[in-house]
Design a binder for this molecule. Structure first.
Ligand SMILES: C[S@@+](CC[C@H](N)C(=O)[O-])C[C@H]1O[C@@H](n2cnc3c(N)ncnc32)[C@H](O)[C@@H]1O
Length: 382
């Protein structure tokens, strides 16, 4: 049984199911997901569509920590902030994260204290430092992001950066990216731009503003499944809509069929400039520049879906597919791969996609010890 001192002492409830056996958690997740989706699967035998669920390690599975900063500049607290409170709970020993993160959190606390940066206090709207985000790669390289209230924290963060970078490098935890997000303003790069998250043969580049899956073990199987489905339906042209850093598309660029007819071409679109850049850099590094291209834009405003054989859709919440569902119904590709961590939204969109039927589905346990999971559904045009 998983032991977490923060949970048992009532300080943190983020992993609300931590007390339940993992097999029980999976049963509950599968049941809840099926209950939502089966009524909209439009088949008499919905159970037959499901592949074996993909499970996760229960401990140390998460490569990204987002910590609220509170306390004082002398003793900053990194953790969670109870509602209506200015004093947070230190969760730097959280067992979701790799053990190395504890050293990183301590190094950040030292630097914040040395630079005398005041944590933000909501009750008085004073102080600067709101949150810190730490991403650790499989090679133990880091991406660090400071979210601050105003530009006042920029100079001390720049000046005291060596106090953070040196001990990390000495501990063999080199920071490849350090950035500052000034709320309602912009992102400032203090050091480097991209971190490599290696997933199977994919050297995925991620930037500080990128959205990416934070459970690399499960993501590996999600991407493998996407490629297997693309192979199965014989897709030659894949569109990766809401492509982020391009993980789906770039995994699918390689066909695993014994006799691929032509190289599979990938075209991706995302609204985040740095993610699009990152995806194109990964494509270049993999030698896929001629087959995979990612562009900046609004995925909801495209109207030429029929040039793709398969479109991968991972829409943001709560928006979902919106107008795209109607466009897909009219001129969409033969197959869609819809992947979402929000089954309610997925169910609503499946109802809207009335010219498609699900032909396969799989649950990916991205968030162990919580009620949440990721579901991927492969749909075919009727
Ligand atoms: C849930 S993330 C999926 C990212 C990626 N496909 C993955 O699985 O790692 C949603 C992505 O949609 C992008 N996005 C949000 N609204 C968009 C829009 N209107 N057009 C294109 N991309 C959008 C965000 O920048 C983000 O990268």
């Amino acid at each position: 049984m998983l032991e977490c001192e923060y949970f048992t002492s009532g300080l943190c409830n983020a992993c609300a199911w931590i007390d339940s056996a993992y097999s029980e958690q999976m049963i509950l997740k599968i049941h809840a997901t099926k209950e939502l989706l089966h009524p909209v699967f439009r088949t008499e035998h919905p159970d037959a569509l499901w592949l074996e669920p993909v499970t996760s390690p229960r401990w140390r599975y998460k490569n990204k920590a987002t910590m609220t900063v509170s306390g004082t500049s002398e003793i900053p607290i990194l953790g969670v902030l109870p509602d209506h409170d200015d004093v947070g709970v230190d969760i730097t020993g959280c067992p979701q994260f790799p053990k190395e993160m504890e050293f990183v959190f301590a190094a950040i606390q030292n630097m914040v204290a040395a630079a005398e940066i005041q944590p933000y206090q909501a009750s008085t709207n004073t102080g600067e430092l709101k949150t810190i985000e730490v991403t650790i790669s499989p090679a133990n390289e880091l991406m660090l992001r400071f979210v601050v209230r105003t530009g006042a924290a920029l100079t001390p963060l720049r000046t005291y950066l060596p106090i953070l970078l040196k001990p990390l490098a000495k501990q063999r935890l080199p920071a490849r990216v350090v950035s500052v997000c000034v709320e309602d303003d912009r992102e400032y790069a203090l050091h480097g731009k991209y971190l490599t998250l290696q997933i199977d043969d994919l050297p995925l580049q991620v930037a500080s503003t990128s959205r990416f899956n934070t459970n690399p073990h499960v993501t590996k199987y999600l991407y493998r499944q996407a490629r297997a489905w693309a192979d199965e339906v014989g897709a030659d042209n894949v569109w990766d809509l809401f492509s982020g850093v391009g993980g789906f598309g770039l995994t699918m660029a390689r066909c695993d069929t014994p006799n691929p007819r032509v190289p599979r071409t990938i075209w991706g679109i995302d609204a985040c400039q740095e993610s699009v850049r990152a995806a194109n850099i990964t494509a270049h590094n993999m030698g896929y520049r001629d087959v995979a291209r990612f562009v900046l834009g609004d995925a909801a405003r495209l109207d030429r879906y029929n040039v793709a054989d398969l479109a991968v859709v991972t829409p943001p919440t709560p928006e979902g597919l919106c107008a795209l569902a109607a466009q897909f119904n009219e001129t969409g590709p033969k197959h869609l791969l819809y992947c979402s961590a929000y089954p309610v939204q997925l169910a609503e969109d499946l109802v809207k996609l009335n010219n498609y039927v699900p032909i396969a589905a799989r649950l990916f346990d991205m968030y162990p010890n919580t009620p949440h999971a990721e579901t991927a559904v492969l749909l075919e045009r009727i």
